[in-house]
Design a protein around this ligand. Sequence first.
Ligand SMILES: C[S@@+](CC[C@H](N)C(=O)[O-])C[C@H]1O[C@@H](n2cnc3c(N)ncnc32)[C@H](O)[C@@H]1O
Length: 244
Amino acid sequence: MTDPLDHWARPAGSAVLLDGFHALKHALRFGAEVPVAVTTDRTATLALAAELAPDVREALAALLTEVASQTYASLVPRPHPTGVAALAVRPSREANLRELARVPRTAPVVVLDEPRNLGNAGAVIRLAAGFGATGVITTGTLDPWHPTVVRGGAGLHFATAVERLTVPELPEGPLYALDPEGEDIRGAKLPDDAILAFGSERMGLSAELRARADNLLRLPMHPQVSSYNLATSVAMTLFHWSAP
Ligand SMILES: C[S@@+](CC[C@H](N)C(=O)[O-])C[C@H]1O[C@@H](n2cnc3c(N)ncnc32)[C@H](O)[C@@H]1O
């Protein structure tokens, strides 16, 4: 029989670390392929599943291998309080690109234009999953599948299409770029096929993204406040899209 830990010894290039119970729960729920999962306490993890996620308890029971605490600590960069970790197969880029390009679209695509903060990117992916957005695209150098982004996304990379593209490669559709100098968003109805673009934490929107934008929209803000946090801006905009 193959030792489950062999997967960690020879991880596939596409392996994604799922850090903690909740990331594993979400990944399983949204159909991720998970070849290996470990826990430091199988009984406690299955009890947690019965309490918080009965829909994936059976899948977890079939998957989880109990390992010693030291073994677990050697597999992860930073031990998680739940003592759970797993490896998932990253979805194919081709499939994600097909999903992002599919028209007609029933929910917006979120674009983060040259984001810098890995935690912000993870929080945005979690928001996109929560609102049922079609996907999240990053431009620039940040890898949206970086382990810290995956940790921030709580396993929800598998619930929406997450890829990195250049501005000319963005999917078609009306592009609404969020900027404090734009028109008040409260007067705009965001269509389901909108591309919603947000600038970087320090520099705002790039010139290239601005040139591609069909509309610039601002979120209401007191005059003496310069800007909102990036993920907070995405939350308000997706909420505005979802409002009847
Ligand atoms: C932290 S802000 C960027 C601040 C940057 N110093 C600037 O000059 O724009 C990150 C992104 O959040 C969005 N954002 C923040 N506050 C906003 C507001 N009041 N209206 C519209 N978008 C906003 C924009 O997309 C912005 O590029």
